[in-house]
Ligand binder design. Structure first.
Ligand code: CP
Ligand code: NVA
Length: 309
């Protein structure tokens, strides 16, 4: 049966674990020069309405390495901008393509597409979620820390799309996650309530970055103004000042804490240059792991979730 990844709540704990296991296996085999091409003859459409460096290129190379073909489609070059209904685009692409990754503003648009699509739909970032980012970040945590259980994760900054996917992940696999956000910039209440109702993680929101980072094993941040919020940039710079990840704040974390950022980073805003480039930063490994995780995601979605490997 077709499966989508619109949010991380579309996956079970078992799905997460299979993806980590397969991504890390594919990564090791790739590093040894072994070619795995289960997707020969398959194609992935990437429909993007917002800019992207990592997600686009890592999905494209993932598809190429697996023997398939990516087709990048800038949304502005499609008939969607001339008001062709999304449900029509979904039905037409389903006749040509084997999976689609969409980066857009509205989660509702993504849901609408998925409803009319016969092929798997992958959320490549919306205003509300960035699920594949958090899957690959968890792979990085597994590599750096040997696992994600008993790791204290501190999110410092905006309660944004990446934060929401962390909250979902915490609910599915059970994470110890504290989010420190300025007042008024906390995560979406419904997303929090849903996660708390699933009752598997230890999820907390505070307005105090010191409280979140104290003793943390993982300190994570993201831009203060996400794509689409450019007009709020100036006001956000004032509000978010005390939430910068810098050496003073990192001192509160555990000695072997790692620092994570999904990138792109704004040095001197959400993270200081010395911390981003410092020994605790794992941001380049995070960026690399997007490709390995995307390979596992594409393989499982296109060849079937329940198929034995
Ligand atoms: N982290 C991430 O999604 O980066 P891009 O916006 O470059 O895809
Ligand atoms: N929160 C950021 C993530 C970029 C990968 C944004 O949406 O712009």
């Amino acid at each position: 049966m077709k499966k989508n990844i619109l949010t991380l709540l579309d996956l079970t704990k078992n799905d997460f674990e299979n993806l980590f296991q397969r991504a890390s296996e594919l990564k090791k085999r790739y590093q040894k020069g072994i070619l795995d091409q289960p997707l020969v003859g398959k194609s992935l459409a990437l429909i993007f309405e917002k800019p992207s460096t990592r997600t686009r290129v890592s999905f494209e190379t993932a598809m190429i390495q697996l023997g398939g073909s990516p087709i990048f489609i800038s949304a502005k070059d499609t008939q969607i901008v001339r008001n062709e209904p999304v449900r029509d685009t979904a039905r037409v692409l389903s006749r040509y393509i084997d999976a689609v990754a969409i980066r857009t503003f509205s989660q509702d648009l993504l849901r609408g597409f998925a409803e009319f699509s016969d092929i798997p739909v992958i959320n490549a970032l919306t205003d509300l979620y960035h699920p594949c980012q958090v899957l690959s970040d968890l792979l990085t945590i597994i590599e750096c820390k040997g696992g994600y259980h008993n790791q204290k994760i501190a999110w410092v900054g905006d309660g944004n799309n990446v934060a929401h996917s962390w909250i979902n992940a915490a609910a599915v696999v059970g994470l110890d996650l504290t989010l420190a956000c300025p007042k008024g910039y906390e995560p979406n209440r419904e997303i929090m309530e849903k996660a708390l109702s699933l009752n598997s993680g230890k999820i907390k929101v505070t307005n105090d970055p010191l409280e979140a980072v104290n003793g943390a094993d993982i300190v994570y941040t993201d831009v203060w103004a996400s794509m689409g919020q450019e007009r709020e940039q100036t006001i956000r710079k004032d509000v978010f000042g005390p939430f910068q990840i810098n050496t003073d704040l990192i001192r509160e974390a555990s000695d072997d804490a790692i620092v994570m950022h999904c990138l792109p980073a704004h040095r001197g805003e959400e993270i200081s240059e010395d911390v981003l480039e410092g020994p605790q930063s794992v941001v380049w490994d995070q960026a690399e792991n997007k490709m390995h995780m995307h390979k596992a995601i594409l393989e499982v979605l296109i060849t079937g979730f329940n198929k034995e490997k």
